[in-house]
Ligand binder design. Sequence first.
Ligand code: PDD
Length: 285
Amino acid sequence: MPRIAYVNGQYVPHRNARVHVEDRGYQFADGIYEVCLVIGGKYWDLDGHLARLERSLKELKMRAPMQRASLIVVMQEVLARNHLRDALVYMQVTRGVAPRNHPFPSDIIEPALVVTAQRFDLDASDAQAEQGGSVITQLDIRWGRVDIKTVALLPNVLAKQAAKSVGAVEAWLVRDGKVTEGSSSNAWIVDQNGVLITHPKGHEILGGITRENVIVCAEELQIKVEERPFTTDEAHGASEAFLTSAANIVLPVTQIDGKPVGAGAPGPVALRLREAYKARARRLA
Ligand code: PDD
């Protein structure tokens, strides 16, 4: 059964899914994206993802390719045509195709929209969470507006590759001695008093949808949350660490830069939050 992608108004076999050489996403990284998790045919916090997509468009003064309701129809259709019930849905909007020139093209240029889906294996993700993963730290060399979910991800790619090359699952990015976030996830620690710490929202991190929901879950579980930057030293001395993203849900971090975090095994707070978040996502889907 061939994979199907949506590209600018058409559902096409994935292997033939193409964009133009002068798509501004390709030439300038002038585009934004979202990644949503779907389990059992239900989107986890679709409203959150669509609101963030709309915010990214607004921040970049980019037109929406279609109304929210129509976009949801396309997203559902991509799932249906790929016969997927558990999936990661990727959508990307760029400012469209125009002769290469830095300023925005005229308003008559249509934004370009691509939607794809890939199978997600929740059991494999759960098994990975039981094991946990290690992270390394890397300098955060990204631009000053990483709260906008743009496709300009080269620093993230380089950081993730550095992690992968030493067998780590993620790179935690460090600016002025503080961990901002991971290359494709938000970063969290639990201090020795059981307080959850994660970088506050602002221009220095992407406001993760999973992050938002995990904060609500923590409050429901009466776990204290401090939204403040934490240092690499605090991370090394933490009792637990974990990362969050649509693709990883909540993934315990067992080592940072080769040193064990706490007992060097997935911590109870991270695992509780993972279960609480899964339950919340299912409830709200
Ligand atoms: N990444 N920070 C960064 C830099 C990210 O790229 C992501 C998501 C997150 C977590 O956001 P959310 O919880 O909404 O997924 C934080 C996606 C999954 C990706 O690029 O594949």
